[in-house]
Design a protein around this ligand. Structure first.
Ligand code: FRU
Length: 511
């Protein structure tokens, strides 16, 4: 039975999505049907289609009372909106239907698990958000919240846990048919941990153990956990709040972390061995994964950052977009990411250049974030656009001296450009969108450490109108950022301070 609140949201989105022209959205990155979007939720394959739900407030382009928006796709690139799946319409979730995940039950129905939020008056006279875990069962279109909700309440958490920061359940089924649920939690002392619950029926849950802990490092609350096995390792994905910067690995604020370790399935014991950032760019958070029918582990994130999420006009009809779905794998103990291979079927208009010499000039090689000299540098006939898949490979042309910097500028015209600058001597790549049309004084630049030290670098850049995702060194590092540049700025330029040799293939993405 759908509530009036859900009914209103469904009517609103159907009426007002028409105000948004398709060309004012990205072509293949999912955006909210109308209004605001944050985290991906319930990323799953169900009844022959991928389902992606999302944190959603249809009525404005800012965060407010959370619903779950819903879209389906056959290839993770062309999305079709379905009516909003859930609204904050019960006492236990009236202040928000927060993030969660999805699973197919034995009887073929789909279970969504999520965090319900309710502001309750405390003895000190203050209102505080109580967070509980809830379920809803449906057929891929309509979902019924469980009579038994909330299925996990704060009274189940172990000592040293919080009932206020207790959210974002990730559910999975073990080969023996039993279920596990991982929930983020922040202890009163500010440190975070992940709580593991167990169930026979995915409805009645029993606390099992603390699955992983931040031990005073890697931020405070760990939001949006995911867990899966990959090539014999256990992988925990988390989005921590309040990170302290750590070299070029982690930036301050809300970050993304991948814990890689051993996993003993019999005892559900995860032992962390290493950790790394998931994305080194400006906009990526709250990632989730799905296992595709052909066995690929595909990850998607919210291509945004909380810190900059208010840096847009309230007049915007939509705000927030998902990242490109990425196939993840393990290589030399690191998490690698590649754009999902389905993207290749939309490649058209191939333009290829072999052995182009980018003539070095100290005068014109753009420093990241430095305006001017925009008309300089090498441009190549047929190489431009904002909906593109661009592969670039470079190497220094002079065997004796290593160059200082090489820059690709994209979404460029006389006043705008977004730069990817490589400094081989420091093995650092900088992504800079200072001149991308933003009118806000927010972070516009970020750096990543790469493995290359000899001046060679391979990158694949995917642009979808208002974003770029840069896959460096075959996906060893990824940098993602949204841009605000007027669509007319579609130039691409290459500059270097000394001669650099360039191999390049560009495709237009036609979808
Ligand atoms: C992460 C997050 C989640 C929460 C949701 C609320 O971005 O803060 O922890 O469930 O967003 O919209």
């Amino acid at each position: 039975m759908s509530s009036q609140i859900l009914h209103n949201a469904r009517q609103y989105e159907e009426t007002y999505e028409k105000d948004i022209r398709p060309e004012d959205r990205p072509a293949f990155h999912l955006t909210p049907r109308v209004g605001w979007m944050n985290d991906p939720n319930g990323f799953s394959f169900y009844q022959g289609k991928y389902h992606l739900f999302y944190q959603y407030y249809p009525y404005a382009s800012h965060w407010d009372s959370m619903h779950w928006g819903h879209a389906v796709s056959e290839d993770l690139l062309c999305w079709e909106y379905l009516p909003a799946a859930m609204a904050p319409d019960q006492d236990y979730d009236k202040d928000g239907v927060f993030s969660g995940s999805a699973i197919t039950l034995e009887d073929g129905r789909q279970l969504l698990v999520y965090t319900g939020v309710e502001k309750q008056l405390q003895s000190d006279g203050q209102y505080k958000e109580i967070q509980v875990q809830c379920g809803a069962i449906g057929d891929g279109l309509d979902y019924q919240k469980l009579e038994a909700n909330p299925v996990i309440k704060g009274d189940t958490v172990p000592e040293g846990s919080s009932i206020y920061d207790f959210r974002d359940p990730k559910v999975w089924q073990k080969p023996d048919g039993t279920y596990r649920l991982l929930v983020g939690n922040r202890a009163p002392d500010g440190t975070g941990h992940l709580l593991l619950y167990k169930s026979e029926d995915a409805c009645s849950w029993e606390f099992q153990k603390v699955f992983a802990k931040n031990e005073g490092r890697l931020g405070s609350m760990w939001e949006c956990p995911d867990f899966f096995e990959l090539d014999g390792k256990g992988i925990v994905l988390i989005s921590p709040q309040d990170m302290l910067p750590q070299g070029l690995e982690y930036h301050g604020g809300n970050g993304t972390v991948c814990l890689i370790g051993s996993y003993d399935a019999d005892t559900d014991t995860f032992t962390e061995e290493t950790n790394q950032a998931v994305d080194y760019g400006l906009d990526f958070y709250a990632m989730q994964t799905v296992l595709t029918p052909d066995g690929r582990r595909v990850m998607i994130g919210w291509m945004q950052n909380w810190e900059t999420s208010k840096a847009h006009s309230d007049q915007d009809r939509w705000f927030g977009q998902m990242s490109l779905p990425r196939e993840v794998s393990l290589k030399n103990g690191r998490l690698y990411q590649q754009p999902i291979r389905e993207l290749e079927q939309y490649r058209g208009n191939k333009v290829e250049y072999k052995d182009v010499l980018v003539k070095g000039s100290r005068a014109i090689s753009s420093e990241p974030g430095v305006a001017g000299e925009n008309s300089l540098g090498v441009t190549l006939e047929g190489v431009e656009g904002r909906l593109i898949d661009l592969e670039v490979e470079i190497s220094g042309a002079d065997a004796d001296t290593l160059y200082d910097r090489f820059t690709v500028s994209l979404a460029a015209d006389n006043c705008c450009h977004t730069d990817i600058c490589f400094r081989p001597k420091e093995s650092v790549v900088t992504l800079d969108r200072t001149f991308s049309g933003s009118r806000y004084d927010v972070v516009h630049q970020r750096q990543a450490k790469v493995a290359s030290t000899d001046g060679t670098l391979k990158m694949r850049i995917i642009m979808d109108r208002f974003s770029l995702e840069v896959f460096l060194e075959d996906g060893r590092e990824v940098m993602s950022a949204v841009i605000y540049t007027d669509m007319a700025a579609e130039g691409i330029r290459f500059t270097a301070d000394q001669d650099v040799r360039l191999q390049m293939t560009k495709y237009d993405l036609e979808l």
